[in-house]
Write a protein of this length. Structure first.
Length: 394
């Protein structure tokens, strides 16, 4: 007897950049060809134009491209004067670079608790950290706009004035996000973005940029990214080679034109996930934490924030088992982030212990990012949620 054919269901990826490329291939090739014809690969018109277009888009006076989001954070911190004998308050629930960039400046990171509803840095935790006596002067506070939703910038703005600290935005995940009517990148003293390929505005390799409304700071970061030099072979200070290539700038210029449409699609997808999860009975409105009764809880969308859903993240009961089940069903998921930064081995010298920042530790055990990219299809979202429902019904 012939066997019935095995129906292989198409996998649902976390991110499929090929779909994006298909939609912009001609524009990208034209842009790359433009650079190839000039054979001008570092600096030049493409970079200048990208910086100008980004600054206009974000509503700031200056944008400076650099080699990565990590460098963007590091150079921003250096430019505002973070260094030895200073400290910076930030979140433990972020990508490693949010804290390593502080250490790289020779400063001490101070990690404050997150808000369990949004998982962004909690202003109350920062306030406590600022009031606590410490040997190092707190020079800056660095909120991270996690998953594409701005941290509470009203509160951080107030703290900047009251405590005389600079606010440095880690906006790596938030190009196009807003707090009230202002864009991420224009909300603090200086901000850092990443163009890593998985980001919502992404390059074809590493890249990043720094934005600010302060002319002095802008020229300082431009110097720092270019060996501390304004004029070739004359060095006012020690800087590094951290530049954004013309090829990357050309790709980013193409993508910037599509960004609002892509971000809007992400918001529509997030809204659909929300509906599917709630209608599927997986979410209980009154649930404070995940349990067998309410296996999924949703993160808060803060009314002042225009969330661009760089990631769509839920809290899940029995997260690890759910992940394995979804993988078996061909559905990709990710955990951002499994270990909060205060418990990373390399930061043990800071002296934090398990239990010091319980909300960050709980989030690390519960968060699960579902597939999210503008080209994700409705049937794929339905499959994701149906598989989650199946797991909890067994
Ligand atoms: C919050 C956050 N900060 C900093 C970075 C560092 O950016 P990059 O990978 O471009 O160095 C990333 C991205 O990976 C990030 O998500």
């Amino acid at each position: 007897m012939p066997q019935p054919p095995v129906v292989q269901r198409e996998a649902v990826p976390m991110l499929d950049l090929k779909r994006q490329y298909t939609s912009i291939a001609e524009e990208v090739q034209t842009a790359l060809d433009r650079v190839l014809k000039t054979q001008h690969f570092i600096g030049g018109t493409e970079l200048d134009e990208f910086e100008r277009e980004s600054a206009d888009y974000l509503g700031v006076i200056a944008c400076a491209g650099c080699a990565s989001g990590t460098d963007a954070l590091w150079l921003s911190l250096l430019a505002v004067g973070v260094g030895p004998e200073t400290s910076v308050v930030t979140t433990p629930f972020s990508f490693f670079a949010s804290v390593s960039s502080i250490v790289r400046c020779g400063a001490t990171p101070v990690l404050a608790e997150i808000d369990p509803a949004s998982l962004n840095l909690d202003p109350a935790g920062v306030e406590n950290a600022l009031k606590r006596p410490r040997s190092h002067r707190v020079r800056a506070v660095m909120p991270v706009h996690l998953y594409g939703q701005c941290a509470n910038m009203d509160a951080f703005d107030r703290m900047a004035h009251e405590h005389k600290v600079d606010i440095i935005e880690d906006a790596a995940q938030a190009f196009g996000a807003r707090w009230r009517d202002k864009k991420a990148g224009s909300l603090g003293k200086i901000a850092a973005f990443s163009f890593y390929p998985t980001k919502n505005l992404s390059a074809y390799g590493d890249g990043g940029c720094i934005t600010t409304d302060d002319k002095e700071l802008a020229s300082h970061v431009r110097r720092l990214r270019n060996h501390g030099s304004r004029q070739r072979y004359y060095h006012e200070e020690i800087g590094w080679n951290s530049r954004l290539d013309a090829m990357q700038a050309a790709v980013l210029r193409v993508k910037l034109k599509h960004l609002d449409e892509w971000n809007q699609k992400r918001r529509t997808l997030a809204c659909r996930y929300h509906g599917l999860l709630v209608n599927g009975g997986l979410v209980q409105a009154d649930a404070q934490s995940v349990s067998s009764r309410a296996p999924i809880t949703l993160l808060a969308s803060v009314p002042e924030a225009f969330h661009i859903y760089h990631q769509y993240v839920i809290r899940a009961w029995r997260r690890e088992e759910l992940r394995v089940f979804l993988t078996q069903q061909g559905i990709a998921t990710e955990v951002y982030y499994p270990v909060p930064l205060h418990l990373q081995e390399c930061f043990a010298y800071l002296g934090y212990r398990v239990g010091d920042l319980p909300e960050s530790e709980r989030a690390a055990k519960e968060v699960l990012a579902l597939p999210m990219f503008p080209e994700l299809r409705e049937d794929e979202q339905q499959r994701v949620v149906a598989a989650i429902a199946e797991f909890y019904s067994r």
